[in-house]
Design a protein around this ligand. Structure first.
Ligand code: AMP
Ligand code: MG
Length: 352
């Protein structure tokens, strides 16, 4: 009887250890750096692999998703939905929004409204007049005061902007003649939301994602957890020294960290900095007393749209808007002061 008991115990241990072995799966790290959506993309993905045969390359799937998103929303590509929308401006029939854009447009329009137009999805004609993206490619000696748009030109372009003139009805979008959309301030956040959907989806073959950190320029996404159980650390660039970090956020789970700053894309002409974030109320690069704004949010699109809006709004109004949207915010002012919401203070630590 004693022997039988001992045998049963032994058999149970064998079964248990086999089942642990069978369930246990190796966690592999997949890493890549590349270019997508006009920015450098770095990906670190921790994947549990339960079969040696099926090694799903999640990073390749994410890259494809980013390329698909760009193909859908880039105004530079004639075949994108945004180009079709722009081409239909002034057309009484409007343009039928694909399902995966419809809700996003609603969110973008709401941020435009809530920010009093500081974020404006129709600011494209003014953005293109400034053409900072082309100027940043030029040598310093090719840049002179002559390329700066005149007040008349700016006024002219401002007359074909205004989020409140965009209409939505029955799944369609209607733009007045001459209007254009630019999703440059929200597209990467939108793409981050799609990445989370991809990581969460069950269609990952035999691989399951335990954790990931993905950076698309000023947009960083953390997902799940690290295999060693430590928290994610997300660096915040020092706008006064963009080659350095001002500090870092200690985060767990799925979070979106989005920064808008005047150091990201700019040119200097006669000692004046002209950067890529336009104040739609003036038509000039925003000069609201801040150098960068970081939003910590539970949604990528909202974080991206708000980082731009808050940069334009400046310190006081930015804090109010962040509160309204229940996101955390970190502002670096032109005086070098760091202003944070309460929740941000809890996760931010200054670089030593
Ligand atoms: P971000 O880096 O997310 O702040 O986005 C900046 C980009 O959004 C610019 O390069 C423009 O294409 C576009 N943009 C600039 N100013 C605005 C604005 N006030 N509202 C919406 N989009 C803007
Ligand atoms: Mg943005």
């Amino acid at each position: 009887m004693k022997r039988k008991k001992r045998f049963l115990l032994w058999a149970m241990l064998v079964i248990l250890s086999f089942s642990i072995y069978g369930c246990s799966s190796q966690v592999k790290k997949q890493e890549t750096t590349g270019v997508a959506m006009g920015t450098i993309v770095t990906q670190t993905v921790y994947v549990r692999e339960s079969s040696k045969e099926d090694k799903t390359d999640i990073t390749a799937q994410i890259t494809n998703l980013l390329n698909d998103t760009e193909a859908q929303i880039s105004w530079r590509l004639d075949t994108s939905d945004v180009s079709h929308i722009n081409a239909a401006a002034g057309n009484a029939e409007g343009y039928e929004l694909p399902e995966n854009l419809s809700e996003n447009f609603e969110v973008i329009w709401q941020v435009s409204k809530a920010s009093g137009g500081a974020f404006d999805l129709t600011v494209a004609p003014v953005v293109r007049l400034w053409d900072i993206d082309t100027w940043v490619m030029k040598e310093a000696e090719e840049l002179s005061a002559e390329i700066i748009p005149t007040k008349e030109q700016i006024k002219d372009k401002l007359s074909v902007t205004g989020y409140e003139d965009v209409a939505f009805a029955d799944g369609k979008i209607y733009l007045p003649e001459g209007y254009m959309l630019d999703l440059g301030a929200a597209g990467k956040g939108m793409a981050c939301d799609r990445i989370v959907e991809l990581l969460e989806s069950q269609e990952q073959g035999n691989a399951e994602v335990q954790g990931a950190v993905i950076s698309l320029g000023g947009n960083i996404l953390t997902y799940g957890s690290k295999p060693d159980g430590t928290a994610w650390k997300v660096g915040i660039v020092d706008p006064f020294r963009p080659d350095r970090y001002l500090g870092a956020l200690t985060l767990s789970g799925t979070k979106f960290v989005t920064t808008s700053g005047d150091y990201e894309r700019y040119v200097e002409i006669d000692g004046v900095r002209y950067h890529h974030i336009i104040d739609p109320s003036t038509g000039y690069p925003a000069d609201s007393g801040v150098r960068s704004v970081t939003i910590l949010s539970e949604n990528g699109l909202i974080g991206d749209a708000l980082s731009t809006a808050c940069f334009v709004l400046g310190r006081e109004k930015a804090l109010e808007l962040a509160k309204e949207y229940e996101v955390e915010i970190l502002i670096v002012t032109q005086d070098g002061e760091i202003v944070m919401s309460e929740g941000m203070e809890k996760v931010f630590s200054l670089s030593k």
